[in-house]
Unconditional design. Structure first.
Length: 153
C-alpha cells in the first residue's frame, strides 16, 4: 500500500495489506505496459517513474509474470464493462478514486468488482504451493492487474 494512501480509498479497498499502490503496479509491470500512457499527465509523475511502459503496442514481456493476462479493451467495451468516465477501465477508476474523485454508484460497482477478484486468490491458494510464483502465472498477473499481491500467496 502506498505511504500517502487516501484514507477513503484505503478503507474501501482494504484487504489485509495485499494491495499494491498504483506506482507499485506500474513499476512491477501491468497491462503489457500500454495502459493509460495517453493520459499519464493527469496523475502524479512519481507513479510513472521507473514504470514499465511500452512505446507502441502492448508487450507481455513488460508484465511482471511475463504473460498476457488481459483481454483487449474492445472486448471490455463490447461487454459493457467500461464506464464512460473511465474509458481505460478499472485501473483508471482506481487511480482517480485514489486522487479523490467520488462517484457513489460507480465506486460501489468497482469496489464490488475488486472484491470479486478474490476468487482467483482462492484458486491460487488451492492449486499452488505457498510462495511458488511460477504456478498459475496468468492468474497471478490478472491479480496484479487488480492490485493484489499474489507473491505472498
Amino acid at each position: 500500500m502506498g505511504k500517502r494512501e487516501n484514507a477513503r480509498g484505503r478503507s474501501a479497498l482494504n484487504d489485509k495489506g495485499r494491495r499494491y499502490s498504483r506506482r507499485e503496479m506500474l513499476r512491477l509491470g501491468v497491462f503489457g505496459g500500454k495502459y493509460m500512457t495517453d493520459c499519464a499527465k493527469e496523475f502524479p509523475k512519481s507513479w510513472f517513474a521507473r514504470a514499465k511502459l511500452a512505446n507502441k503496442h502492448r508487450d507481455r514481456a513488460l508484465n511482471y509474470f511475463g504473460v498476457d493476462a488481459s483481454q483487449p479493451l474492445s472486448v471490455w467495451r463490447n461487454k459493457g464493462w467500461i464506464y464512460r468516465d473511465d474509458p481505460r477501465g478499472w485501473f483508471q477508476w482506481y487511480c482517480r478514486y485514489y486522487m479523490g474523485r467520488r462517484l457513489p454508484d460507480e465506486d460501489a460497482r468497482q469496489i464490488k468488482r475488486w472484491k470479486a477478484i478474490r476468487r482467483h486468490v482462492r484458486q491460487v491458494q488451492r492449486h499452488c504451493e505457498p510462495g511458488d510464483v511460477t504456478c498459475r502465472p496468468r492468474q497471478r498477473q490478472a491479480l496484479l492487474h487488480w492490485a493484489y499481491d499474489s507473491r505472498k500467496i
